[in-house]
Design a binder for this molecule. Structure first.
Ligand SMILES: Cc1ncc(COP(=O)(O)O)c(C=O)c1O
Length: 366
């Protein structure tokens, strides 16, 4: 279908490659986490770029996401980061997706689906995140033994940090618990090829957690796992969100605009209409708070963001229909970052980029 609306997300794949090269430790492999459509960037294109730059694994949340990558012809190893949902085991194995495992029922289902095959699995240990994984961690070695005893191969052992971007003590504590599990598993004669723990925060801040492989998500997209984290690495944001002005009107002082008339002009001003709304993931919380860039200048979002459109207060700027609008990214000397929109809408940059809706096309360059 021809696209008629000028709103789109641009993704610079050279930035992804640059970030993967900057993040990959010399002595460890790197798994590029491309769940949630590559954090909103387009998973197939990001996966290819990351693999070109030296990533050796991909991480997904859903069997469906892994299957999509396979359908696109990607044959690199793919880890499903949660246990396979009941009924998905055969599909996952047929697609050569690597399962995570951490429950007895999950083990039983996988053994049945695997039949005679010696399927490689990655045992997830809960060392303090308390979301999924074998808990308490001291039970993980016995679980790994049961996995191996059932004819599967314990290819990996992994855990996930709760606060790696912000708190050293809990991260070190989690790592220490995990390394104890690794030692005990090996003592019992099982030698996983991979021990891994580090998300982006730990990849950047905790070299001692790099182990055999890091699992980097947000930082490969050039975004910060936490305020200021990664600043020294010169990571490049890969995503820009752009649109174009569809209509311009000059309004006198005293006029109020958009639903609820919550934004009243104190001076005569030029208002530009932009075809982006909360149905695209530009949340209503940004109403009258965020800026968009037009002609290299910051223009405040005027009043309520509506479902499909927003208004920008351009003051006395000469603006014309067709002028480019940048919602996230650089325009001239100005930048609006995903981190800035996150601050203004009370969330994290992960949510800002993953909530950009499906109806916004992703265009890849580089
Ligand atoms: C299990 C797991 N590993 C790794 C990651 C990547 O984390 P980050 O994006 O902070 O690098 C995530 C993301 O949420 C995850 O859930």
């Amino acid at each position: 279908m021809t696209r008629f609306r000028p709103t789109r997300v641009e993704v610079d794949l050279e930035a992804i490659r640059h970030n993967v090269r900057a993040l990959k430790p010399e002595a460890s492999e790197l798994m590029a986490v491309v769940k949630a459509n590559g954090y909103g960037h387009g998973d197939v294109a990001v996966a290819r770029a990351a693999l070109e730059a030296g990533a050796t694994w991909l991480g997904v949340a859903l069997v469906e996401e892994g299957a999509g990558l396979r359908e696109a012809g990607i044959d690199a190893p793919i880890l499903v980061l949660s246990e396979l949902p009941p009924g998905s085991e055969r599909e996952a194995l047929a697609r050569d997706l690597t399962p995570s495992l951490y429950s007895e029922v999950g083990l039983a289902r996988l053994v049945e689906a695997a039949g005679e095959r010696r399927v490689g699995v990655h045992v997830k240990v809960d060392t303090g995140m308390h979301r999924v994984g074998v808990f308490p961690p001291e039970e993980a070695p016995a679980f790994a033994e049961r996995v191996a005893g059932a004819g599967l191969v314990v290819e990996g052992l992994w855990t996930h940090f709760a606060r790696s971007e912000e708190d050293e003590a809990t991260t070190k504590e989690q790592l220490s618990r995990f390394l104890d599990v690794g030692d005990e598993v090996r003592r019992r004669g099982i030698s996983p090829r991979y021990l891994d723990a580090a998300n982006s925060g730990a990849t950047i801040l905790h070299p001692e957690a790099h182990l055999d492989r890091v699992r980097a998500g947000i930082a490969i997209y050039g975004l910060e796992p936490g305020p200021g984290v990664g600043a020294s690495l010169d990571l490049r944001p890969a995503l820009a969100w752009r649109s174009a002005v569809t209509m311009v009107r000059r309004l006198p002082a005293g006029e109020a605009v958009s639903y609820g008339h919550r934004y009243r002009l104190e001076r005569p001003s030029t208002l530009a209409t932009v075809p982006v709304g909360y149905a695209d993931g530009y949340v209503r919380l940004l109403s009258s708070r965020a800026d968009v860039l037009i002609r290299g200048r910051r223009c405040r979002v005027a009043g309520s963001v509506t479902m499909d459109q927003l208004l920008a207060d351009c003051g006395d700027l000469e603006v014309e229909p067709g002028d480019e609008v940048t919602l996230i990214g650089r325009q001239g000397d100005e930048v609006v970052s995903a981190e800035e929109l996150a601050r203004l809408s009370g969330t994290i940059c992960y949510e800002v980029v993953t909530r950009i809706g499906e109806r916004v096309p992703r265009e890849h360059t580089g």
